[in-house]
Design a protein around this ligand. Structure first.
Ligand code: SME
Length: 164
């Protein structure tokens, strides 16, 4: 199945407009005939296209640690211990963490020195069990706010239908 993303000058759109594109294109992109990895790979590519973030991707809970999943951006840590870094903290606290300045977050794991701010959103299966996290890094300080939190939480809820 294919879905072409419209050719748009993304940087002329407001954050709210970009999220509208994310939600509508994501719903059209989901392919229920393939596994979650294929869908999440397209999800990461879609977000990278629209927002141009430095790094965007998924970490899955596997054997009590977070393991790197589909992503877009520079190479990243493959495993993150439970409770470690922003991702591990978001997992055990079961809440979205918005970090305006990663240097001020105790225990932040720097996969790239270019990353300046970050948002991490927990992802759950339909059963309510934790599946993993969405991690987004920006090369700009204070790049994420409550709009990102609301919209990315909405996006992560829409993932439930493809997660096993
Ligand atoms: N900064 C994250 C690690 C993952 S990379 O940013 C892709 C953290 O502190 O958990």
């Amino acid at each position: 199945m294919s879905h072409e993303i419209p050719s748009i000058e993304w940087n002329q759109l407001s954050k709210a407009e970009k999220y509208q594109y994310l939600h509508s294109n994501w719903n059209a992109l989901i392919d229920n005939h393939v596994d979650e990895i294929a869908n999440l790979a397209n999800g990461a590519a879609l977000m990278k296209d629209i927002f141009g973030w430095w790094w965007v991707g998924f970490y899955r809970v596997m054997n009590e640690e977070l393991v790197l999943g589909p992503f877009q951006g520079p190479v990243a840590c493959t495993r993150i211990g439970k409770g470690k870094g922003v991702c591990g903290a978001s997992w055990i606290e079961s809440k979205t963490l918005v970090v305006p300045n990663v240097d001020e977050f105790p225990g932040h794991i720097a996969c790239s020195s270019k990353s300046k701010s970050e948002i991490v959103v927990p992802i759950y299966k339909r059963t309510g069990e934790i599946w993993g996290v969405l991690d987004v890094d920006s090369e700009y300080l204070d790049d994420f706010n409550e709009v990102d939190q609301i919209e990315l939480e909405k996006f992560c809820r829409s993932l439930e239908i493809i997660l096993s």
